[in-house]
Design a protein around this ligand. Structure first.
Ligand SMILES: NC(=O)c1ccc[n+]([C@@H]2O[C@H](COP(=O)([O-])OP(=O)(O)OC[C@H]3O[C@@H](n4cnc5c(N)ncnc54)[C@H](O)[C@@H]3O)[C@@H](O)[C@H]2O)c1
Ligand SMILES: [Zn+2]
Length: 387
């Protein structure tokens, strides 16, 4: 039985791959009970990095041991460098060495990097063994731990190698966010804002009205944002598990965002920051194409700015830098870029864009930005040529 009935839980309905996202403060202490309820077996390989292990490793290990499990750690390094074939190989080596069997479990304890690489290891080891997600960053709690996308990067592009592989359960403990560096917290807010933009205007209003709470990581706003983001992600994933249609709306901000990450050599911006910048650029594109009003752009950009995310692109960035970086994205089909663009707050559309359209938008936007001190964050206030 894979569904755990829990008060604070959100179901992800996917036929025989259905599971629950359990959201509860302090749930880490009872993680053994959660694993028992979903029918996990005796051995648990905890994949984590040194930072997260130091903070939460002992607590998780103890809770699992107390519930009768035999946990052990598989360590990967901190940061995006762990999402590679090299570290996938090392995880698989450890699973072989530990004689892990089909009924045993891989548990990812960490952010999106850990969840992505550990999930891919679980999907391929013995053609798939049970997998549990214990996300510890905001990005991971509202996004990467839900929906079954797992994988590693290739030197030619992000997430090029991977599998759809759903976890048995996602265990979200909001208390772990207290130790998250503020830069990581803010990066997660970009994904949170994305949910408002793609699917829920009321939620977007809520975010606008609680900017202070978002900045201070207030206990009043965190439960609501975690739950609402997980609900939206669960609903979208349930309607299109393998991203043949509707699920693509989750890529809003990511076409330009992934290109920026590559352009910045994965060092200049962290994922969520790049997504925030990507949303600013993609909304500007939508407005340029006449798909949305300037108010939509202004409200979005203002919220991104108010929560403290970066809004400025490097002044030296040229069209070809952006275009070339975009070419490695999975959303390129026959040379066209398939981009998710907003039509209003709470609604987006998938639009194929040819090179010339993007080039024209880029020069138009660049010319306007130059007038406004090359600060993209100031673009909402500039007069728009199109409605
Ligand atoms: N699979 C998906 O659907 C999906 C969706 C979104 C993002 N992603 C991927 O997720 C990755 C980004 O994830 P991320 O933003 O969580 O980055 P991350 O996993 O690198 O974690 C960010 C940093 O926070 C640290 N950390 C984690 N939890 C902590 C805690 N509670 N307290 C203190 N420090 C903590 C980590 O050690 C790391 O240094 C990218 O590789 C991205 O491609 C995947
Ligand atoms: Zn993302």
């Amino acid at each position: 039985m894979r569904i755990v009935p829990a008060v604070n839980s959100v179901p992800v309905i996917l036929a025989d791959r259905s599971y629950e996202i359990v959201i509860q403060s302090g749930i880490l202490k009872n993680i053994g009970d959660v694993l028992q309820e979903v029918g996990c077996s005796s051995r648990v390989a905890i994949v984590t990095n040194p930072i997260v292990r130091k903070l939460y490793g002992r607590e998780v290990h103890r809770a699992l041991t107390q519930a009768g499990f035999s946990p052990f750690f598989i360590m990967i390094p901190d940061g995006e460098q762990a999402k590679t074939m090299k570290w996938l190989d090392k995880i698989l080596d450890a699973l072989v060495t530990q004689r892990i069997e089909r009924k045993d479990v891989v548990l990812a304890l960490g952010g999106g990097v850990t969840g992505d690489v550990a999930g891919f290891a679980a999907s391929s080891f013995l053609r798939g063994i049970p997998f549990v997600q214990v996300p510890t960053t905001l990005v991971a709690q509202v996004d990467s731990s839900v929906g079954g996308k797992t994988g590693v990067n290739h030197k030619q592009g992000k997430n090029l190698i991977g599998a759809f592989y759903q976890p048995q359960v996602v265990v979200v403990d909001p208390l772990v966010l207290k130790t998250l560096p503020s830069r990581q917290w803010m990066a997660g807010l970009a994904e949170v804002i994305k949910y408002g933009m793609i699917a829920d205007e009321d939620f977007f209003d809520f975010l606008e009205q609680h900017v202070d709470g978002l900045q201070n990581q207030s206990g009043d706003v965190i439960p609501h944002i975690l739950r609402r983001c997980c609900e939206i992600k669960a609903e979208v994933v349930a309607s299109d598990e393998r991203e043949s249609g509707r699920r693509r709306i989750l890529n809003y901000g990511h076409t330009v965002g992934h290109a920026l990450e590559a352009f910045g050599h994965y060092r200049k911006w962290i994922h969520g920051e790049a997504v925030g910048l990507g949303m600013i650029q993609e909304a500007s594109m939508a407005h340029y194409l006449g798909m949305c009003s300037k108010e939509v752009v202004a409200r979005q950009d203002d919220l991104i700015k108010r929560v403290g995310l970066p809004t400025a692109l490097p002044a030296k960035m040229e069209f070809l830098d952006l275009w070339n970086a975009m070419q490695h994205d999975k959303k390129v089909i026959n040379g066209d870029i398939h981009c998710v663009l907003p039509t209003r707050i709470g609604e987006v559309q998938l639009v194929p864009l040819v090179r010339e359209t993007i080039r024209k938008w880029f020069s138009h936007q660049h010319a306007s930005s130059a007038k406004f001190a090359k600060v993209v964050g100031k673009s909402p206030s500039r007069p728009a040529k199109k409605k």
